[in-house]
Design a protein around this ligand. Structure first.
Ligand code: PSV
Ligand code: MN
Length: 424
């Protein structure tokens, strides 16, 4: 299904007056509104190919219908999102869930939908039906050399697919670790993993980056071989300048100060990738901004501050991606909500009075520092986000239009009500 341009314009027309009224007010109180709108319009968040179907837990999965049955249909779905919000202009593939059998065709289809290929993701956390050796006891950390080699070869194959599609980065997330004390020699597991990552790193094209994603626990529950940002940083530093840490918001132990982690990684020039989601208990993979929007703002505040300090381009110098799962919501609606929350937090960070904050910090004026942050957080910047979308050709109200245009109903009609997308 393709969204009709005239339908989008007609919908915007009905909302325009109200939007302009709100925008005028926001502009009158936010000095750098124009700059914020421009940066918002540039900002693109990749959608992973596995987030377009209904997610589930080990207790069940309740599919909603009309899920994409192929990579082509996944691209179609992300194209729809991008047509609505103009901020989802990239796709991140997981191999082997979404193998591009005919790369030129897939690349062309993505381009037709205004999409580029963001980071490629390898998968050595599941055994595939035709796979020779099992990852039950880990992949790159495995005590068995042949299993390690199989995992290395897989990652190199993923790079090859990425090259064909024009991607320029590889995200390695390993579920490697142990479930019980004594199961692993930690040092040996680290060394095996580092050696494997070094071989994969050696296969990276010059322009590519490698993101080493960490996670505190799950599926292993005693130790994880890339368990936190310190371990990821250690691998990334030993690997070289093309290797970076990737922060996934759901991969920390409870109450971790993620904003501080982000600030320090940026200071070291080692933050390369970012996975958005939200959580209450663990790696819940909930809609970004649905549980802790203030934390999301604080993290964005450090991202903007840290990227500016290094003269980085907010849009292109970081691999931004949503990594969420949708158990009870329509996946496309959930993704629209996530992108909106990300842009809003980004806008709040851009609206933060940095000079005043610096002065407050210098004066040890703790009260003013809090006031400055909360002033930005509590100002309604949604009109700036909507204006950025409008100027880029998107919908003033993407979610409203998604429903008015009966997108899901059309997809169910075309694909059926019992389709299942590949992924977790
Ligand atoms: C692991 O929990 C993770 O965050 C990694 O990014 C995976 O590739 C992704 O989720 C999907 O399983
Ligand atoms: Mn992730």
């Amino acid at each position: 299904m393709q969204l009709q341009k005239n339908q989008l314009e007609a919908d915007n027309e009905t909302l325009l007056k109200e939007h302009e009224r709100k925008l005028a007010f926001t502009r009158s109180i936010v000095e750098n509104s124009e700059d914020i709108i421009r940066k918002l319009a540039d900002f693109q968040v990749a959608i992973p190919s596995w987030a377009l179907g209904t997610g589930g837990t080990r207790f069940g999965r309740f599919a909603g219908g009309g899920e994409p049955r192929s990579l082509e249909e996944k691209i179609e779905d992300i194209g729809l999102l991008h047509a609505l919000n103009r901020s989802s202009g990239a796709i991140s593939l997981h191999i082997p869930w979404d193998i591009p059998e005919n790369a030129p065709h897939i690349k062309a289809l993505a381009a037709q939908n205004g999409l580029r290929f963001d980071a490629m993701n390898s998968n050595t956390f599941q055994d595939q039906p035709d796979q020779q050796l099992s990852y039950k006891y880990g992949s790159l950390q495995n005590v068995n050399k042949d299993i390690r080699k199989q995992a290395i070869d897989h990652n190199i194959e993923v790079i090859r697919y990425g090259v064909e599609l024009g991607s320029e980065s590889l995200t390695v997330w390993l579920s490697d670790g142990s479930c019980f004390p004594g199961q692993l020699n930690f040092r040996q597991a680290f060394e095996h993993t580092l050696n494997g990552l070094q071989e994969i790193y050696a296969a990276l094209p010059d322009t590519w980056k490698m993101f080493v994603e960490y996670k505190a626990f799950e599926p292993n529950f005693y130790s994880t071989t890339v368990g936190d940002w310190g371990q990821s940083y250690l691998y990334a530093s030993k690997l070289g300048e093309k290797a970076y840490t990737l922060v996934d918001l759901g991969h920390h132990l409870p109450n971790a100060n993620i904003e501080q982690i982000v600030a320090l990684l940026l200071m070291e020039g080692k933050l390369g990738g970012f996975h958005f989601n939200d959580s209450k208990y663990g790696d819940d993979d909930l809609t970004t901004g649905s549980i802790k929007p203030y934390q999301l703002y604080l993290i964005f505040n450090e991202l903007v501050e840290g990227m500016d300090a290094r003269g980085m381009n907010h849009n292109t110098d970081m691999g931004w991606m949503i990594d969420a799962s949708h158990n009870v919501k329509d996946p496309l609606e959930d993704l629209l909500q996530s992108v909106e929350a990300i842009l809003l937090a980004y806008a709040q960070a851009l609206a933060t009075d940095r000079t005043a904050l610096k002065n407050a910090q210098q004066d040890n004026d703790v009260v003013s520092a809090q006031e400055i942050l909360q002033q930005a957080f509590r100002t309604d910047l949604r009109p700036l986000v909507a204006e950025a979308r409008l100027r880029s050709g998107g919908a003033l109200n993407p979610l409203g239009l998604f429903r008015d245009a009966k997108v899901r109903e059309h997809l169910i009609k075309a694909r059926g009500s019992k389709t299942v997308a590949t992924g977790l």
